[in-house]
Design a protein around this ligand. Structure first.
Ligand code: B12
Length: 215
């Protein structure tokens, strides 16, 4: 029997039981998305990674769990009614990077806080990311990286996107964020956030700075 809440949620995902997963999530004492994403969904998927690494589940089990996780997130997350359309962010995974669930959570949390967002999911080649950002002019571009052999791509993306004429803030997160010094790796041209709690703090500081600079 799984002992943690993340472990219990992982069981529903692995059983392909979306209805069970939804009821379990709805029973949680806090329904705040930051908590649900950080302590339940992320933990559940990390647990699935650990089971996969130990060969206790197959690739098919992991694919089913990923599909159910994605479905449950889309099913439960509601867009806020009032958007302040003055803050824009776009989110993408580097070319070749398929791990998009974490980025999808980040996109939802920005939306929940009233940002207008564009979420591109997995593997967006740099030329398209650059062209879209140049046209849409987001304040923030969020990149996600999970696999070590994508790090050289990260350097290229950050270097090119950071010098867009409107000078967006480049945020970097993902599984590797806490494992390597990505700020130094990208010559200090991005802000690295290791988890959703750091992201929330960064968002608050960004909004406070905006309010004080508009006074
Ligand atoms: C599901 C999964 C897959 C799915 C991805 C599905 C999807 N749509 O995302 C599929 C099957 C495609 C896949 C493929 C592979 N995977 Co995989 N995968 C996983 C697994 C089990 C879960 C990933 C996940 O969703 N995690 C949960 C999310 C929420 O966590 P997260 O990404 O870290 O995001 C959090 C933060 O980092 C942050 N964040 C993320 N992005 C951003 C961005 C910004 C801007 C900010 C602020 C924050 C932020 O917010 C999130 C919220 O907490 C992990 C295990 C693990 N530990 O993560 C392995 C894992 C990452 N995969 C692994 C491997 C090896 C692979 C493959 C190479 C397997 C293969 N041989 O083909 C391929 C590579 C594919 C590729 N080219 O990208 C290894 C990596 C090991 C290593 N040392 O590099 C892991 C760790 C599994 C393992 N234990 O061995 N995988």
């Amino acid at each position: 029997m799984p002992r943690t809440k993340g472990g219990k949620l992982a069981r529903f995902f692995l059983d392909g039981d979306a209805a069970g997963a939804i009821s379990f999530i709805r029973e949680q004492p806090s329904q705040e998305w930051i908590y649900l994403y950080q302590d339940l969904f992320t933990e559940a998927m990390y647990e699935i990674g650990a089971l996969w690494e130990r060969n206790e589940i197959s690739v098919a089990d992991e694919h089913l769990a990923t599909g159910v996780c994605d479905y449950v997130m889309s099913r439960l997350f509601q867009l806020p009614e009032n958007k302040e359309a003055d803050k824009r962010a776009m989110f993408l995974c580097l070319e070749g990077e398929q791990h998009y669930l974490g980025l999808k959570m980040v996109n939802h949390l920005f939306e929940e806080r009233g940002w207008e967002t564009k979420y591109f999911g997995s593997s967006l080649p740099l030329e398209y990311a650059y062209a879209t950002a140049n046209k849409w002019q987001p304040d923030v571009i969020g990149l996600s990286v999970s696999i070590v052999y994508h790090l050289p791509q990260l350097k290229k993306y950050v270097e090119q996107l950071a010098v867009l004429p409107h000078r967006p803030v480049i945020l970097v997160g993902g599984r590797l964020a806490g494992q390597y010094d990505l700020v130094q790796y990208t010559s200090g041209k991005c802000t690295v956030l290791n988890n959703l709690i750091q992201m929330e703090y960064w968002l608050k500081t960004f909004s406070d700075e905006r309010i004080s600079s508009s006074r």
